[in-house]
Structure formats: structure tokens, C-alpha cells
Design a protein around this ligand. Sequence first.
Ligand SMILES: CC(C)(COP(=O)(O)OP(=O)(O)OC[C@H]1O[C@@H](n2cnc3c(N)ncnc32)[C@H](O)[C@@H]1OP(=O)(O)O)[C@@H](O)C(=O)NCCC(=O)NCCS
Length: 185
Amino acid sequence: MIDAENNCWNKTRKKAKRKILELREGILIRNATKDDLEKILEIEKASFKHIDAFPPTLFKKYLRELEEGFFVVLEKPNSIVGYAILGEEDGKGYLLSIAIHPKKRNQGFATSLLKFLEFKCYEKGLTKMTLEVRVNNKKAIAIYKNLGFTEVGKKKGFYEDGVDAWVMEKRLPIWMGLPPQSSII
Ligand SMILES: CC(C)(COP(=O)(O)OP(=O)(O)OC[C@H]1O[C@@H](n2cnc3c(N)ncnc32)[C@H](O)[C@@H]1OP(=O)(O)O)[C@@H](O)C(=O)NCCC(=O)NCCS
């Protein structure tokens, strides 16, 4: 899905002082900014039950604190269709959240965002990426498995409504200071 020519963060271009990865004509992954917050909150509300949705304060904290490329949005001309947030925990990349606007799903956008974040982990020398997912979120689990994540544990009653979470992980190649030979994006 992603053009091999445009497959890494190194092939970025400056536009409005933001680093941008162009996936295909007019579709970009770029750093989130505070101007995106309203749209991100709209996607959040449409994507998660109230108890799972991140509050605006948390998004603002991530906007302030996360390094470049760890809080990104996927943008089609003039509209943000989704976002993804990556943290770092115990030397692993940690997927904090991902959501795509309900009207823009099943077009590979979440997969693109995840591959991008995998690349950020790889570039940073993090050799694993990890996440938690509701055990009944079949679609998200299928996407993670397609990308090579496997269940490595279960957190009982992890969510506020008592539902368990699968802990899923993916081992990443070791950063050699060069763009990957066989692209992970
Ligand atoms: C999960 C989510 C981010 C996926 O976004 P998306 O852009 O639609 O995902 P993609 O288009 O990259 O991938 C869709 C894949 O899921 C598959 N799929 C769709 N519905 C499915 C289902 N009910 N069960 C299993 N697989 C399903 C599609 O066949 C497709 O696979 P393919 O690429 O092999 O054809 C989106 O549905 C969302 O925002 N959900 C609400 C928030 C959420 O659950 N976030 C994850 C929290 S851990």
C-alpha cells in the first residue's frame, strides 16, 4: 500500500515546519499539532466508548511531551481521518491509542499508521512494540496479527468495565543506522 519510494521518515519534506510522510497522492502522515485537537477529539468520541476515550487533557499532554513522530495524524486533503500515539515503556514502543474515523475505515489507514510507528520504534532502536487491546475487539486484534503481533499475556479486568486485555507484542529488527533493507513500512 505504501509506495516504497516514500517508505521512511528520512524521506520527509518540510512543509509548514512539519515533517511529513507522503503515503500516496494527497495522503500524509504527519506530526499532530494543537490545531488538530478538535478533529482528534471528534474521532475519539466516534471511536471509543466514554470509559475508554482519552480526555482532552491527555491529548494535550501527549502533544506537549511526546517526541516528533510519536503522535501522528493521517491526513487526506483538508481532513484528518485518524491518529495514533506511541509511548515508550521498558525499552519498548508502546501503542497508547489508535483510531480512524468510522466513515474512513477499512481502507488500510490504521495499518499504515501502525507501520509508520513500527518504523519510529525501529529508528529509535526499540526492538519490540507492545500494546493492549480489549479481548473482544476482533477487528483490531486481526489487524495487529496481520502485522505480526502475537498475544504474550492477558491483563484481567484491565478496562474500567471489567473486560480483559490481551497484551500483544511484535519483535522489530535491530536498527543498524541505515534505512531497512527490506522495508518494514
Ligand atoms: C481498529 C481501527 C483503528 C482499524 O482502522 P482501519 O483503518 O479500518 O483498519 P485497516 O483498514 O488498516 O484494516 C482493516 C482490516 O481489518 C479487517 N476487518 C474489518 N472488520 C473486521 C472484523 N470484524 N474482524 C476481523 N477483521 C476485520 C479488514 O478485513 C482489514 O483487513 P485486510 O487489510 O487484511 O483486508 C478502527 O476500526 C477504529 O478506529 N476502531 C475504534 C478504535 C479502536 O478499536 N482502536 C484500537 C484500540 S486497541
